[in-house]
Design a protein around this ligand. Structure first.
Ligand code: TRP
Length: 464
């Protein structure tokens, strides 16, 4: 081996970086709005079940592949498949992952860029002026989306920050950023939850989230909950694999995976409690649910004293959460270039980041800026969303579950139990005793659940 591979400084370093990857726009922007669209209750329950049965075991499997192979997703499979059934065909899973990372980052960065505009507006007082007239804010947002220059500017700023962190590498860049940002993020969220308890809509929000109503659940909704469990945990494309490859041998994988899954789920639920309490408190009409974070939330912040401060803090929080996720996405693509193409880290970060930025321009101008790109649609998609919506739909509902299914099959059936057991018992966690439970989930339960859902949706082939 040539160079020594970089490592996290310790157990907490890995957990913070991986939790930083998992916690992002998926929790703060996407989960609240898809929960809203799917009428809460039953959807939330399916989502929680998906996290427990599919998310946790696959997270363990991904980190395991990474740490065992010490490689990027493509290299990992190349090292691990030697002499095994299927052979190098498994490297396709790695390639699918790197490609999916490229796609997700390209549109994710566009949305992350919106938060920069909102921070600026909160500070300048503009947001306050708009928020006193909900319709004015709606139309402002529409114009903002339709303005290609502003979209591309925000997108480029966010991608610049992401490249900057990945440029400095694992310890100095990624870990240090996560160590600093994660505690701030948690404290702001806890403050907002405490605040929302006193709002009149709090009770209704809790009922909406936790009272299951199965008649409202559709097959498309189940696939969406499953796809989202992959998206929110950064699973199915090798992010956790790549981060796992920097994990120290003596740390416990099951303990880390459980901590990350619990933290991520808590934060998604907290985000819902905050937003739904707000929505139900003030008889709002939510016209377009995917923009709740940008058109509904500010209105309420400005009903409170200190709205400017609260909203500036809040969008800063969203930006931080998104940044620790975008760096994990870029790290996958960069580490591929570093390991497989032999590039230096700086060159890899700059080149892959710029390529993704250019591809992302398509999404940035598809929000109304360009009619042709806004109207592209994937057959069978439930709602229109242009290039951006189509990429998100394909990546989170198809590529991630399929990638996750293949990862589960690989770890469950291709690696031997001797190999996997050894890797999981490292770190002496008492959790290592749960090995048989994990093995059952990764061999049978997780693949069966993912496959059944994919097949049922293919057969049903319709969405409401
Ligand atoms: N999990 C992050 C979020 O919820 C997004 C993300 C980062 C991601 N890396 C990923 C999603 C890898 C899927 C795959 O916002």
């Amino acid at each position: 081996m040539s160079k020594q591979r970089a490592q996290w400084s310790g157990h907490l370093g890995f957990i913070l970086a991986a939790a930083g990857s998992a916690i992002g726009l998926g929790n703060l922007w996407k989960f609240p709005y898809i929960t809203f669209e799917n009428n809460g209750g039953a959807f939330v329950l399916v989502y929680l079940a998906a996290i427990a049965v599919v998310g946790v075991p696959i997270m363990v499997a991904e980190v395991l592949i990474g740490r065992k192979s010490q490689r990027n997703p493509v290299g990992a499979f190349r090292v691990l498949v030697q002499g095994k059934p299927g052979g190098r065909a498994w490297m396709g899973v790695g390639f699918l992952g790197v490609m999916t990372g490229f796609i997700i980052l390209s549109y994710y960065c566009v949305i992350a860029g919106w938060t920069l505009r909102y921070i600026l507006m909160a500070v300048s007082g503009e947001l306050g002026a708009l928020a006193h007239h909900p319709e004015a804010l709606q139309s402002f947002f529409g114009e903002f989306l339709a303005n290609p220059y502003q979209q591309i500017l925000c997108h480029s700023l966010f991608m610049g920050a992401t490249i900057g962190v990945v440029f400095f590498g694992v310890g100095k860049g990624i870990e240090r950023t996560a160590r600093f940002l994660m505690p701030i993020l948690l404290s702001i969220l806890v403050m907002l939850v405490i605040y929302s308890i006193w709002t009149p809509g709090f009770k209704q929000a809790i009922g909406f989230l936790f009272r299951p109503n199965f008649s409202e659940l559709t097959a498309g909704g189940v696939l969406e909950a499953l796809g989202h469990s992959f998206f929110t945990l950064s699973l199915g494309m090798g992010t956790m694999l790549t981060y796992g490859s920097y994990m120290r041998k003596r740390d416990s994988i099951p303990r880390a995976a459980l901590t990350i899954c619990v933290l991520d789920t808590l934060i998604a639920i907290m985000a819902c409690i905050i937003m739904f309490s707000i929505i139900f408190s003030y008889d709002f009409e939510v016209t377009k649910s995917s923009t709740i974070l940008f058109t509904t939330v500010p209105v309420v912040f400005f009903q409170l004293p200190g709205g400017a401060v609260v909203s500036a803090l809040f969008y800063l929080l969203v930006a931080f959460a998104a940044l620790t996720s975008t760096i994990s996405l870029l790290e996958v693509v960069s580490s591929y270039a570093i390991d497989e193409l032999g590039w230096g880290r700086r060159r890899a970060a700059l080149t892959t980041g710029s390529a993704i930025f250019v591809f992302g321009i398509l999404s940035a101008v598809s929000m109304g800026g360009n009619a042709a790109l806004s109207n592209i649609n994937f057959i069978g998609r439930p709602s229109t969303g242009g290039v951006f919506g189509t990429l998100d739909y394909m990546a989170s509902n198809w590529f991630l579950p399929v990638g996750g299914l293949l990862i589960a099959l690989f770890v469950g059936w291709i690696l031997t139990t001797g190999e996997t057991r050894k890797e999981l018992e490292e770190g002496h966690g008492t959790l290592a005793r749960l090995y048989p439970v994990w093995l059952f989930l990764i061999r049978f339960a997780a693949p069966a659940a993912v496959a059944a859902i994919i097949v049922s949706v293919l057969l049903g082939a319709e969405y409401q």
